[in-house]
Design a protein around this ligand. Structure first.
Ligand code: HEC
Length: 303
């Protein structure tokens, strides 16, 4: 329903510039008092109505939203995911009763610090480019003896599903906080992944003939409280990539970058993006590499 509104906006305004009502901000701020208490799931549907009228967002509004984000950042519930992830990393689990402490995320077995800032990357042992999630699946299979299906099943959180994957992602990403993004492109398979990702980004299709670029290749667009960053430009691409995963106050869940991609595929009315698939890794490679030089600063918190 939410995305239907979004689509209405976009089709109704070719420039896709959407009015952000200050009432929306006020409404969102009223929930900022208790970020630790997850809002009910229905929250997104209740957000301020978006009319088809359009306007360019003012800088004042941008500043207000920044203030709101800063206010939320104290006591980010994402810490809970991070702590659970650290436990899971060290816990002996799976048929082989092994921990992930020997998992090589690219900097050597067990080295977590700064590893995320260099992912995705080529791994010799699998002869593949892997992002964090696909690498974690590899480690869960190789070290802990899980099957692929077990390791990648239902990777996104909901009230009755608290996947290990998300917690592990929170733990590993948090260990790159403050590190500059530095995704390499030396290996031919890394270059290939980048090129495939770029193509996917600009590929138009689906019932609305949308590509990622339809919503993410212009400046200063916003849908309600959400910035639609121009992901083809260095600075906004850096800012967007380095802020995921994020605790979503409106959903009461930690959302990973992979969830973000999954959800944008849905918004685009594309077939479901398969978790850890080659396409998913390629798109991540494209966006992560474009964020190079930006300082990684997540898990963050968002409305
Ligand atoms: C119909 C418009 C639409 C299309 C098409 C779309 N997105 Fe999005 N995208 C959004 C909206 C809306 C948000 C913000 C939603 C939110 O935060 O709740 C967003 C957010 C994002 C973000 C996070 C930005 C940030 O600042 O944190 C990324 C990254 C992203 N999209 C990537 C993609 C990719 C890659 C594709 C193509 C597979 C894509 N999007 C296609 C609408 C779209």
């Amino acid at each position: 329903m939410r995305s239907e509104r979004i689509l209405t906006c976009i089709t109704a305004t070719t420039a896709a510039l959407v009015l952000l009502g200050m009432s929306a901000l006020a409404q969102a701020q009223s929930s900022s008092g208790a970020p630790a208490k997850p809002a009910p799931k229905a929250a997104p549907a209740k957000a301020a109505p978006v009319k088809a009228e359009a306007t360019r967002s003012s800088n004042a509004t941008v500043r207000e939203i920044e203030k709101y984000r800063e206010a939320l950042a104290d006591g980010n519930p994402a810490d809970l995911w991070e702590a659970r992830g650290e436990d899971l990393w060290k816990q002996k689990r799976g048929p082989k009763m092994a921990s992930l402490e020997q998992c090589d995320l690219g900097l050597g077995p067990g080295k977590v610090k700064g590893a995320y800032a260099q992912l995705p990357r080529y791994f010799e042992d699998t002869d593949k480019v892997e992002d964090l999630e696909s690498r974690l699946v590899t480690c869960m299979v190789m070290l802990q003896g899980f099957t692929y299906d077990q390791a990648k099943r239902a990777p996104f959180g909901s009230p009755d599903n608290k996947p290990a994957m998300e917690a592990l992602v929170a733990y590993v990403t948090a260990n790159s906080r403050g590190v500059k993004m530095n995704v390499g492109m030396k290996h031919p398979k890394e270059k290939e992944a980048y090129e495939i990702g770029k193509r996917l980004f600009f590929h138009r299709g689906g019932p609305h003939d949308f590509s990622c670029a339809t919503c993410h290749a212009q400046d200063d667009i916003r849908i309600r409280l959400q910035d639609l960053p121009n992901l083809t430009k260095k600075e906004p691409a850096q800012r967007a990539y380095t802020a995921w995963p994020a605790y979503r106050v409106s959903q009461g869940e930690l959302r990973s970058f992979q969830w973000r991609l999954f959800d944008c595929f849905r918004q685009q009315r594309f077939p479901e993006l398969e978790f850890t698939s080659q396409g998913s890794v390629a798109l991540t490679m494209f966006l992560a590499h474009n964020a190079n030089g930006g300082t990684y600063n997540a898990p963050s918190i968002k409305r």
